[in-house]
Each structure stands twice: as structure tokens, then as C-alpha cells.
Design a protein around this ligand. Structure first.
Ligand code: MRU
Length: 362
């Protein structure tokens, strides 16, 4: 089966891939073990994939969208293995689609990709066998994966054109590990570097799961781009020094008004950037926009297990009996964002009209 190619950078594996023909399976790189171990998980059942999404073995808004689309192929595979007749196969896939779409609530790319694949399922003739359904769902998943690879490149180009010269500050992981291509915010940084610009990338470690230090710093080292890791709380002091030319982050959901949900800590960073007059950029594909929501207050924010805070990396960091507050995401109001970089162009200023112009008019 022709596969979307992984990152341009030989050292960085794609976070997920379909192995074999339509009777094959999905493979995921277990990102909870990076950067020290490279372990691939075979997903032959939807339950394995749902667990992998919930445990952040596969993570990043675009990547979980792609995983969701492949998840429907896995569901169709289950229907083939169970010997389901067409009607049962279809209803099995629909049921599993809902389990996949609900696996994580904040990144809208997951539901977007699952629903896009369901449209393909609903268009297929009613008499389609489970194997035929599996085939068309695989075609769609591969198309979503390949599109994501291409749009990362476009985001990189649009973003590099507006990124100010100088050192950059980023948060969480928005690279090849989070997408089907070279990333969103990290693709912008990489494109600017490839164009010959030179700078230091400061990467917030991104508590509590360390996507910044474990994943972003690792990707940048692979790309040969200098990286300095800081604890999230050091961002204010760094911005105060005047060294940072711009902050750039990804997104999990963007509303019609331009409010952005992204990894916890993004909002604090945006407020700090505003306080120091540093431009704050968001890079995301059009599939991250949820134009049915106006205000960021309506975005569902995933609350995660308190142990992630109380026992980071499995080490007790708080006394028994302490409670934890552990929202996985926060919302940055549009007024703090200089521009949103998409594969369709740059949204600047971040306003309802400009968003509609770029996202709806194509
Ligand atoms: O919880 P995660 O690791 O899935 O959160 C990821 C982020 O918040 C990213 O910034 C976002 O998904 C954009 S990835 C291109």
C-alpha cells in the first residue's frame, strides 16, 4: 500500500503508519517512551487504539485525527474478522467511530477526521461487504494522512515568511511526532532554518507530560536546530530579558472568534508575551477550526488524572493526600494572538471576518 512519506528529516519517524494492504494493521510509535525508547504498537483492535490515544502514545491534534481515520479501518477489519454481514459491519464501524471520536475531547481534528471518513462510509452502496468498507475507509485514511503531510509544508512556508528574525519560544510538541508531516509551529521554525535564518529555539518543557523536553527538543536536535529547554515557569524571566523575537505554538481547537485551545501553559505564555510586546503566533491546519463555536468558553477542556501532576515521570513529587488540578489544555483569547498561520494563508488580524475569509472561502 503506498504510504504517505514521513518527515523530511531522516532521523524522525512518522508517529503512525498503516502496515500492509487493507487487511493489514495500524502501527503507532509509543510517544510516552520517547526519547529513550522506540517501541511500535500494533493496533488490530479499536480498543488498543482508543487506549493509545487516551494515554498519549499517539498525540498532537493532527496526528490523533489521522489515527481516528485509520481507526475506522481497524473497526472495519474487526467486522471482517467477525464475519459480519454488510448491515452489521456498517453499524459496527459507526459504533466504534463514536468511541474513537470521544477518546479525547479537546482537539477537534479527531472528530473531524472520523466524521469525514463516516461520510465516505455512508456514500458506499448499502450492499458493500465488510471487506469493501475496509478498503474505502483505508483509501480515505491514507488521503487524510497525505493531505496532512502536504499542508504542514504549506504552513511552514506561510509561517516562515512572517516570522520575525531572532530567537523563538515554543510550547509543547507541534512537530513531525504530532502530525502527518513536519509539523505546524515546528514546520514554521524548520522552514525558516532551512531558508538560512539562524536562531535559538527555546522549548518550554511542558509540564506535566514533558512534550517540550522529551519530544520537541529531541526533534530539533534531529533537525540540527539549536534548542534550549526551560521549565515552563521560566518563560516570564526569559521574555523579560528581551531575547525572544516571537512565540509560536500549535492549536487543538480554534473558534470562529479566534480563541485558541492548546496545551496547558499556552495562555500564560500568551499573556506574558503581550506584557513584553512579543508577537504570539499560532500555527494550525484548517481542520483545527471549529466554526460552530464562537467563544473559547465553549471548548471542552480535557481534565486528566492527578497522578500526572503528583507523580511526574512516576516519581512522587507531592505528599500522599494532596489533590491535583490537571487540565490538559487552556484557552488563549484571540486578542493575545498576532496571527494564525494555516495551510490556506495567514489570518491577521485574528478576527471573525478574516477567519471566515480564509477558512470558509475555499
Ligand atoms: O496532549 P497533547 O500532547 O496531544 O497536546 C498537544 C498540543 O497541545 C499541541 O500543541 C497541538 O495538538 C498541536 S500539534 C501540531
Amino acid at each position: 500500500m503506498p504510504q504517505p512519506t514521513s518527515s523530511l528529516f531522516a532521523g524522525i519517524p512518522t508517529p503512525l503508519r498503516w502496515v500492509g494492504e487493507s487487511n493489514g494493521h495500524l502501527e503507532l510509535l509509543d510517544q510516552t517512551l520517547l526519547p529513550t525508547q522506540f517501541v511500535w504498537i500494533a493496533c488490530r483492535g479499536v480498543d488498543v487504539l482508543v487506549e493509545a490515544i487516551q494515554s498519549l502514545r499517539v498525540r498532537g491534534a493532527p496526528a490523533i485525527g489521522i489515527a481516528g481515520a485509520y481507526g475506522l479501518v481497524v473497526a472495519a477489519r474487526e467486522a471482517v474478522d467477525a464475519g459480519f454481514v454488510p448491515e452489521m459491519a456498517r453499524s459496527h464501524v459507526r459504533q466504534q467511530a463514536e468511541a474513537l471520536a470521544c477518546a479525547r475531547p479537546t482537539a477537534v481534528n479527531l472528530r473531524w477526521a472520523v466524521e469525514r471518513s463516516l461520510v465516505v462510509l455512508e456514500r458506499a452502496p448499502l450492499e458493500s461487504s465488510a471487506a469493501a468498507i475496509r478498503e474505502i475507509l483505508l483509501e480515505e485514511a491514507l488521503a487524510i494522512h497525505e493531505e496532512d503531510r502536504r499542508l504542514c509544508t504549506a504552513i511552514g512556508r506561510y509561517g516562515a515568511a512572517i516570522l520575525p528574525a531572532g530567537d523563538l519560544l515554543t510550547h509543547c510538541n507541534t512537530g513531525a511526532l504530532a502530525t502527518g508531516g513536519d509539523g505546524t509551529a515546528l514546520a514554521v521554525i524548520t522552514t525558516a532554518w532551512q531558508e538560512g535564518r539562524r536562531f535559538m529555539v527555546f522549548a518550554d518543557e511542558t509540564r506535566p507530560l514533558f512534550q517540550g523536553s522529551r519530544l520537541t527538543a529531541w526533534e530539533l536536535v534531529q533537525r540540527g536546530i539549536p534548542v534550549t529547554v526551560l521549565v515552563d515557569a521560566a518563560a516570564g524571566q526569559l521574555l523579560r530579558t528581551g531575547r525572544i523575537a516571537a512565540c509560536i505554538v500549535g492549536a487543538d481547537r480554534i473558534t470562529a472568534a479566534g480563541d485558541v485551545a492548546n496545551k496547558i501553559g499556552t495562555y500564560s505564555l500568551a499573556v506574558l508575551a503581550a506584557a513584553h510586546g512579543v508577537p504570539f503566533f499560532v500555527a494550525a491546519p484548517s481542520s483545527t477550526f471549529d466554526l460552530l463555536l464562537d467563544s473559547g468558553d465553549s471548548i471542552p477542556i480535557e481534565q486528566r488524572d492527578g497522578d500526572e501532576v503528583l507523580r511526574p515521570l512516576g516519581i512522587a513529587a507531592a505528599p500522599e493526600g494532596a489533590h491535583a488540578y490537571n487540565p490538559a489544555f487552556d484557552v488563549t483569547p484571540a486578542r493575545f494572538i498576532r496571527a494564525i498561520i494555516t495551510e490556506r494563508g495567514v489570518i491577521e488580524p485574528v478576527s471573525r471576518n478574516r477567519i471566515a475569509e480564509i477558512i470558509l472561502d475555499q
